[in-house]
Each structure stands twice: as structure tokens, then as C-alpha cells.
Design a protein around this ligand. Structure first.
Ligand SMILES: Cc1ncc(COP(=O)(O)O)c(C=O)c1O
Length: 447
């Protein structure tokens, strides 16, 4: 793209998330239009959106059902006073979202995004323990390589190195463990690595004193970990550990929820019911900022009481649960249910995973991982050393964009998570673009 002088001036007066703007102005991307699986830039060039923006456009861009739900709600009411009232459509959303969660997670508080949801879950957990006879429980255990959001609590729970060391000290009471994939090369099998990782979590809780540990926060599949996908029994073990020590198990499903992994939530995909699920991103398919926290109904009971008990959840956000967001969230869930998109994520995801396996012919792909339509490909210099191939990922960033393909590349792995409206022909087109871009990137780094 060629920038106008106005664009170049204005780009230095704002910023793209986590991006050096001096670099961005050299290879800019200014988008003007989106429809279905595609974006168009300001010059009219089309891009295949292989990542739904950033794991957001679950039903593609400008889905007609969502547009219609928004139009209808706009005619009625676009804001309710959060300290005084709730809209009926927000109650419909609470009921619908609660009905698709596993177990008894039907206590639902809508928010405006992922960070608000994780941040709220941390506060909810601390207040819950305080009100159920365990006032000393305040610590959270989470994982290196995980990302839970940009606000201070969510950032303190995140394990994404330099993204947060700039802002240290982090909040006290946040302790990190290593996820199962971290030491995978040291164990004979993924099952052994999983058992070791779970054991480490329990040892942490015991050594910290269980009466000080409030919660365990985990992404079922970690994007920033490289679409790190643990074996299912990892979550069974974590559930048992949390039960043994009265620790609240929180799943951050901001990316993995809403049919993406082949079930409504990854909790169902992995067969483990947490105490709290955090949602965001695909819940609105990108039409409006929307998130939510869902908790066990029994936990919610601890927040009911008399006026003087002060037991209500001491928390709120101005835009949380606004009627437009609720209307959009409802439309997304109804579309998933009506079109059986969980099943589609499984079958189309298997097709895409199978095709991505074909990239192993280049000799630089160690693993294709993920579940359903949330997939990741790990790039290594060779299959003996398994050394990360960052230079290839950096080159792939350029070749993908040049070929009209938007993916998440970071840089020794890339993630693919197309919208669930894709059909097999779209998967063919997507694979063709990935294969071409990877071939060209390889030619660049290994001429
Ligand atoms: C797993 C996870 N949790 C939380 C968040 C934070 O969500 P948001 O950026 O909407 O605040 C993100 C964002 O990328 C995420 O990937």
C-alpha cells in the first residue's frame, strides 16, 4: 500500500496494538471493507481473513443475522443505566448463554471484552472466598506463555514475558507455573509431560499454603503459547487438584469458546467443567465489543444477602451488558445452534488440519495442533534439533500479506482460525494461499 501524507502523519499519532509504528508505516495495512471471509484494503485489494481479525469474526464479517439483530435493537434502545436497570434483551442473553455452558455455569455477567471478563473473574473469585469462610485465599496460579488480557490483574496473570515486564512490578499474589508443552522434550510421551505439569501445579498450591490460593486460571488452548493443546487428562487432573484444595478453576475461553473447538466451549471438548468461564472475541463475531463471565450458580449464591450484608459483587463497567451487545450475542448463539456449527467446526477443522499436515513436506513443520477450527503450525529449522525457525515466520509475515492472506504469525508458529461460515472450497483456497506463502518464505530464507 502507498500511504498519503495525511495517513502517514496520522499513523504516528496513534498505534496498532503491540506494534512498532516506524515499522508499520513501512508496510502499512489500512482496511476499508469486510464481508464474510474477506477484508479489502484502502486500495481495493482483497485479503483472505484466516484468523477472523484476531479470533473474533466467528461467523465472518457483517453476518446478515447479526446486522438484522443490531438494526432491530437500535430501533428500540441502545443503552440501559447500569446502576439502576437491566434490559429484557440482556436477560434473554443471560438465559441463552447460561443454557450453552457446561454444568451449572448459568450465572452470567456480560462485559465489553476479554480483559474485562478475566479481570472480573479474578475479583469475583477473591470476593467469593472471602464470603465463604476463606478470607485468606487471594493468590492466583496461572501459566507462563499464557495471555489473559491487558489490564493490570489480567496482565499479572499473563505469562507473556516482555509484554508485561515493561510494566512491572505486577500485582502481588500472582504465581506462574509452566504449561505441559514447555518441558515436552524431556518426557517420553505427552501423557508424562502432562502428569508432570499437573503435579507441579499441585506442589505450588501446597507450598504456597492452600488457604492462601484462590484460583487457577488457564486457557484450554493457548494462542500465545503457540496454539498449545494439552492432552484432555491434563484438565481432569487440574479439576481434581482444585477440588482437593478448594481452588476455583477458571477457564479463559476468550478464544476457545462458541463452537470454535468443536463444542460450545473447550471445557466440553476436553470433558472438564470449570467453576468459571471467561468469554469475549467471537461471542459478538466482531460486530460490537462483548465479553462475559459465567460462573457456577452455587457460587453466585454467596453474593446474595441483605442490604447490610454488603455481599453483592462489588464490581461493574459502564458498557457491560448493554442491549446492543446482548442482541448481538444472542444472534451469534442462535446461529451456532441453528446451523449446528459445532459439528461444522469439527468436520471442516479435520479437513483443514489434514491439509496443513501436507506442509510437513517442506521439512520445517514440527507439529500441526489445535482442535476444531483453531489450529496452529509450529516451524522449526530441522526435525532433529527442533530449533525454532523465527526467520521463516518473519518472512512468512511478508509473503502472506503480499499474497492477500491475514494470519497470526508469532514467529516460530502460525495460527489459522477461519470463520465457521467457510465451506470446503474456502478451505482449499486458504490452504493454497498458506502453501504458496510458506514456499516463498522458505525460498527467501534458504535461497
Ligand atoms: C485468551 C485471551 N484472554 C483474554 C484476552 C483479552 O481480551 P481483550 O483483548 O478483548 O481485552 C485475549 C486477547 O487476545 C485472549 O487471547
Amino acid at each position: 500500500m502507498k500511504l498519503t501524507s495525511r495517513q502517514e502523519r496520522l499513523l504516528k499519532l496513534t498505534f496498532i496494538d503491540y506494534t512498532q509504528m516506524e515499522d508499520f508505516v513501512k508496510a502499512p495495512l489500512i482496511l476499508n471493507k469486510a464481508e464474510g471471509l474477506y477484508y479489502w484494503d484502502a486500495d481495493g485489494r482483497r485479503y483472505f481473513d484466516a484468523i477472523g481479525g484476531v479470533f473474533v469474526a466467528l461467523l465472518g464479517h457483517r453476518h446478515p443475522r447479526i446486522m438484522e439483530a443490531m438494526r432491530k435493537q437500535m430501533e428500540q434502545m441502545t443503552f440501559t443505566p447500569p446502576l439502576h436497570a437491566i434490559s429484557d434483551i440482556a436477560l434473554d442473553f443471560v438465559e441463552k448463554l447460561g443454557s450453552i455452558t457446561p454444568g451449572s455455569l448459568d450465572y452470567v455477567k456480560p462485559f465489553s471484552g476479554g480483559s474485562e471478563s478475566t479481570e472480573s473473574a479474578l475479583k469475583f473469585t477473591r470476593q467469593y472466598h472471602r464470603q465463604t469462610g476463606h478470607p485468606g485465599k487471594y493468590k492466583f496460579i496461572s501459566f507462563y506463555t499464557a495471555y489473559h488480557g491487558a489490564t493490570f490483574g489480567a496482565m499479572s496473570a499473563s505469562g507473556t514475558g516482555k509484554r508485561k515486564t515493561k510494566f512491572e512490578p505486577q500485582m502481588p499474589g500472582f504465581i506462574k507455573a509452566f504449561p505441559p508443552h514447555w518441558y515436552r522434550d524431556m518426557f517420553p510421551s505427552p501423557a508424562d509431560a502432562t502428569r508432570h505439569a499437573a503435579r507441579m501445579v499441585e506442589d505450588l498450591i501446597i507450598n504456597e499454603d492452600p488457604e492462601t490460593v484462590a484460583g487457577l486460571l488457564v486457557e484450554p488452548i493457548s494462542n500465545t503459547g503457540g496454539i498449545a493443546t494439552p492432552a484432555a487428562d491434563y484438565f481432569t487432573l487440574l479439576r481434581q487438584i482444585c477440588d482437593r484444595h478448594n481452588v476455583t478453576l477458571i477457564f479463559d475461553e476468550v478464544i476457545t469458546g462458541y463452537a470454535r473447538t468443536g463444542q460450545m466451549f473447550a471445557a466440553q471438548t476436553f470433558g472438564t467443567t470449570p467453576d468459571i468461564i471467561c468469554a469475549g472475541k467471537g461471542l459478538s463475531s466482531g460486530a460490537i465489543p462483548l465479553g462475559a463471565m459465567m460462573a457456577r450458580a452455587e457460587m453466585a449464591g454467596a453474593f446474595l444477602g441483605s442490604t447490610h450484608s454488603e455481599s453483592q459483587f462489588a464490581h461493574g463497567h459502564t458498557f457491560a451488558g448493554n442491549p446492543l451487545g446482548a442482541a448481538v450475542g444472542l444472534a451469534v448463539i442462535e446461529e451456532i445452534l441453528e446451523k449446528n456449527l459445532c459439528e461444522k467446526a469439527r468436520t471442516l477443522g479435520a479437513l483443514l488440519a489434514n491439509k496443513l499436515e501436507g506442509l510437513k513436506k517442506f521439512g520445517v513443520v514440527r507439529e500441526v495442533r489445535g482442535k476444531g477450527m483453531l489450529l496452529g503450525v509450529e516451524l522449526v529449522k530441522d526435525l532433529t534439533s527442533n530449533e525454532p525457525f523465527d526467520a521463516l515466520g518473519m518472512a512468512l509475515k511478508k509473503t502472506a500479506l503480499a499474497n492477500g492472506l491475514i494470519m497470526r504469525i508469532n514467529p516460530n508458529w502460525f495460527a489459522v482460525a477461519p470463520a465457521l461460515i467457510a465451506e470446503p472450497a474456502d478451505i482449499d483456497e486458504l490452504y493454497g494461499l498458506i502453501e504458496k506463502s510458506l514456499r516463498e518464505a522458505l525460498a527467501e530464507v534458504r535461497p
